[in-house]
Ligand binder design. Structure first.
Ligand SMILES: *Cc1c(COP(=O)(O)O)cnc(C)c1O
Length: 440
């Protein structure tokens, strides 16, 4: 960790021009494998005893620049970049809960996460208790301790999003972390929406953070990627996670050593090291060096983009809340929102570029509105330099059950916006002409 300010780190961290042919822009190392020079060095690199690269499924220099840069921006000790946000989420959850156990998560997680927790991960013995309110600490504690559930030791992690999509509910990470740690459980936070510029969950008690770097982190809608970051305060050897304390052949005998576990080899970094060596190395959702490069370039302007987009999103939310045909605006960053106190305390720079609102009428008006905007692109992404619009029930929220949609407050009249870098007057003028067309 350097002692640079955020805006400095986002253009410099993790990359050394002097070690890269004097290039100041990150270099794309398009190698499958790396020259090992001689058998002693090959042995030492393979065992991780000296720094170096062996094979790009495990680590690659360009991907490593990205990992180091994001780790520094996130206040993390280490990061592992992977091929998508979903790969980051899947790896993080399985690394904590493999072999069976429960996850506690809110209903309003990302659609892919919800579908995975509800229908796929149970096939691997990982079951989820969904909660309606992730800030209802007493209820969550009752789920951890309830003997009719599967018992105290069966909960392997609490998973939540710092800012939810599309209704921007804010998770009280500090309260949740305090609860989780009282029970020896880690807190995993998906921090995709705010990005580390607006919020750093590790500084508020989270243990593991996941990102879809596809979104505002890279910021141009031109690459799919994900990353997992780790702090160093969780005790993975606390008895609840045998996968970190079992002797590991690749860390012991294979390296010509006495048997060692990930906890013995890496202490509080056992989770992130194991995620790379077991999940990335053995299931292979690797980020390519070109995607890593695009994301590094995007990161260089992270604070500039996100602060402008957040200011514009706030202006749009204010505009929408004054419109006669809007029945509700979901943007916790608005003064007077239900979570304004939590936002004031933890999000001094705002909550980000995503918001949603409810139109008067029904599916007909929603479709007409989507068809009437000209500047907004109708597509299922967020955090792009361009402003985006989507009708969640037809697109991003298809995988939610009717029950979950009702709990999440998403229905046929919900419209989600992701505000880009255009002039905010043009963005608002585009919405204005759409209202005039739909409600003429
Ligand atoms: C997009 C998104 C994901 C999934 O990321 P991909 O890169 O599309 O796999 C996960 N969580 C959140 C909050 C997202 O917005």
């Amino acid at each position: 960790m350097s002692d640079h300010q955020f805006a400095t780190s986002q253009v410099h961290a993790g990359f050394d021009p002097g070690a890269n042919a004097d290039s100041v822009t990150p270099v794309i190392y398009s190698n499958a494998a790396f020259w090992l020079e001689n058998s002693q060095r090959g042995h030492d690199v393979a065992n991780g005893d000296i720094p170096g690269f062996l094979y790009s499924r495990v680590s690659n220099p360009t991907v490593s620049f990205l990992e180091k840069r994001i780790a520094e921006l996130d206040g993390a000790k280490e990061a592992v970049a992977v091929a998508s946000g979903m790969a980051a989420i899947t790896y993080a959850i399985l690394n904590a809960a493999e072999g069976g156990g429960r996850i506690i998560a809110p209903y309003d997680v990302y659609g892919g996460t919800f579908d995975s927790l509800r229908t796929l991960l149970p096939q691997f013995g990982v079951h989820t208790d969904f909660v309606e309110d992730i800030n209802d600490i007493d209820h969550i504690e009752s789920l951890i301790g309830d003997p009719n559930n599967t018992g105290d030791t069966d909960v392997k992690a609490i998973f939540a999003e710092s800012v939810s999509n599309p209704t921007t509910v804010i998770t009280d990470v500090e309260a949740l972390a305090e609860l989780a740690h009282r029970h020896g459980i880690p807190l995993i936070i998906d921090n995709t929406l705010p990005t580390p510029y607006l919020y750093r969950p590790l500084e508020h008690g989270a243990d593991i953070v996941v990102y879809s770097t596809t979104k505002a982190l890279s910021g141009h809608g031109n690459a799919i990627g994900g990353v997992v970051t780790s702090g160093d305060s969780f005790d993975w050897a606390n008895g609840r996670y045998p996968q970190f304390t079992e002797p590991e052949y690749i860390l012991g005998e294979a390296a010509g050593r006495a048997p060692r576990s990930f906890a013995e080899a890496a202490g509080p970094l056992a989770f992130i090291r194991r995620l790379r060596l077991k999940y990335l190395r053995l299931t292979g959702a690797v980020l390519g060096p070109f995607e890593a490069y695009l994301q590094l370039i995007g990161l260089e302007t992270l604070s500039e983009r996100v602060s402008k987009e957040t200011a514009s999103a706030t202006a749009v939310a204010k505009y929408l809340s004054q419109q006669p045909h809007v029945t509700k605006v979901n943007y916790s960053g608005l003064p007077g929102s239900a979570q304004a106190d939590l936002v004031a305390e933890h999000y001094p720079l705002g909550i980000g570029s995503v918001l949603s609102f409810e139109l008067e009428g029904g599916a007909v008006q929603t479709a007409a509105f989507i068809n009437s905007v000209k500047l907004f692109s109708y597509l299922a992404n967020i955090g792009d330099a361009r402003s985006l619009i989507v009708d969640p029930v037809n697109t991003t929220h298809r995988e939610f059950t009717q029950e979950a949609r009702t709990i999440n407050g998403v229905d046929a009249t919900t419209i989600r916006l992701s505000i880009g870098l255009e002039n905010p007057d043009d963005i608002i003028a585009d919405l204005e002409q759409a209202f005039q067309k739909v409600y003429a």
